[in-house]
Design a protein around this ligand. Sequence first.
Ligand code: ATP
Length: 237
Amino acid sequence: MTALLEVENLSVAYGAIEAVRDISFAVGEGQIVSLIGSNGAGKTTTLRTISGLLRPLTGAIRFEGKPIESLAAHTILELGVAHCPEGRRLFGRMTVAENLQLGAYVRKDAGVAADMERVYELFPVLGERRNQKAGLFSGGEQQMLAIGRAMMSKPRLLMLDEPSMGLSPIMTQRIFDTIKELQSQGTTILLVEQNALAALALSDRGYVIDLGRTTLEGPGHDLLADERVRAAYLGDA
Ligand code: ATP
């Protein structure tokens, strides 16, 4: 397996608070890899550091074998790493189409219009409502738009932070089905989730993060069956 993304001994701090402590993981080309763990474990901090929004204290981050930990966020995006942030962060007063257009701002090629149609194929509701303002949408529809916007940069690696947050079980399933679909279309996915069950069920590999450290790792299905994971994250006794 070729690793598209490698994170090695990463530590990140906010002043004196060390949020990520010596975390290592790899995301192979074409895989879905999930980071699971409770609130405050350091998952969002890890994604923001990969995106170039935070700088590591120590450690290395390599994309296609090249170090990216000191590159600017827009350069990392141009290399093919897209980040769909926690809370979606859409522009509520802009339309669906305008939000998608913004996702393509780093691109210089002529394929933007065709890719926008592809997003509408993936999420027909966005196509039907392309001229409506994003702020009027339900949580699930906003999540679809946030994923669509990230896909508009044509990423090799799509990082999704808590895509199921606040969604109904049906909408959560719809979003997870979409993640699988994006993988089958060739996108590599790094997923951060508190919904451990759903995330591990579709992941090639999972990492359990607790208080900034990796406590367990393995194939998604093995972690799903692990008693420690079940007890801590799946509500089993
Ligand atoms: P969540 O699901 O709540 O986002 P998480 O696993 O993504 O959890 P992080 O958001 O990465 O966790 O937070 C890790 C730790 O860093 C927590 O203790 C949090 O309080 C702290 N932290 C996060 N952001 C900041 C910040 N801007 N300043 C100071 N401390 C922060």
